[in-house]
Design a protein around this ligand. Structure first.
Ligand SMILES: [Zn+2]
Ligand SMILES: [Zn+2]
Length: 255
């Protein structure tokens, strides 16, 4: 399987994943031009995209989903309640909506999903599988849910949220209500929460972790990287850990 992030953070999210002859985008919250240019960089193109999967209805994840779907006739998948709350859920999508189902397959990729804890109606993380390899996606969650531990243990690749440094958030310029929202159980994961979870989740198969959805104001890439790396006590078997750039594609990872 191949995977990477195309954009990451509250300014817009998009993840690319390929297994066999199937290519998927997870969320499209960044400009279409950037998606097309990034796909080209990755040796792919928008015509190769078989489906768009939507994790939740926040604008940084769905801004360009409808536009891309309608222009290129790409099917869109989301959880049932998420569909009801998508602002672009119009007559077109009433006939063209696809709902996540347990044990489903999209082309060559097996798909599983699990609940996250976030202030959206039915936010999900995703587990994608091809040929015995697994890639897990979990961003936009205020806590590490039991199902995250069940589903993401010892997967080959992960895109995992490390949103904020707790001290930077506390002492930063966000208004109090926003600080409370971000740090709540239905907000976003701190570097410390990510570090603790990833040290437990990573196993002998885990080759690469991309830390994602970093806050522009309340985090720094080197802080996130350091805190998560420090949670891995031995060098042996430690996965590669990197940071998802905010507005550029991360290099392609093969697992
Ligand atoms: Zn988000
Ligand atoms: Zn969100």
């Amino acid at each position: 399987m191949e995977f990477t992030t195309i954009a990451s953070g509250s300014s817009g999210n998009c993840i690319y994943i390929k297994g066999g002859n199937t290519t998927l985008l997870i969320d499209v919250g960044c400009p279409m031009k950037h998606v097309c240019a990034s796909l080209h960089e990755l040796g792919s193109s928008i015509e190769d995209i078989d489906a768009i999967l939507v994790t939740h209805e926040h604008s940084d994840h769905i801004n360009r989903v409808a536009q891309l779907s309608k222009k290129y006739h790409i099917p869109v998948y989301a959880s049932e309640l998420t569909w009801e709350s998508l602002p672009f859920y119009d007559d077109y999508f009433r006939w063209e909506r696809h709902i996540f189902d347990y044990g489903m397959e999209i082309g060559d990729i097996g798909l599983d999903f699990f609940r996250l804890s976030h202030d959206a109606v039915q936010p999900v993380g995703l587990l994608l599988e091809h040929n015995g390899h697994q890639v897990g996606i979990a961003t936009d969650t205020g806590m590490v849910t039991p199902s995250m531990y069940r589903k993401l243990s010892n997967v080959d690749g992960l895109v995992f949220e490390a949103n904020h440094d707790t001290a930077m958030l506390q002492h930063g310029t966000y208004p109090l209500f926003l600080k409370q929202r971000v740090s709540s159980d239905k907000g976003h994961l701190s570097n410390a929460q990510a570090a603790e979870a990833l040290a437990k989740l990573a196993g002998p198969k885990t080759k690469h972790i991309i830390l994602a959805h970093l806050s522009e104001k309340n985090n720094m890439p080197q802080l996130a990287l350091q805190e998560v790396s420090n949670a891995f006590t031995s060098d042996e078997g430690t996965p590669n850990i990197s940071i998802a750039p905010r507005r550029a594609a991360h290099p392609l990872i093969a697992v």
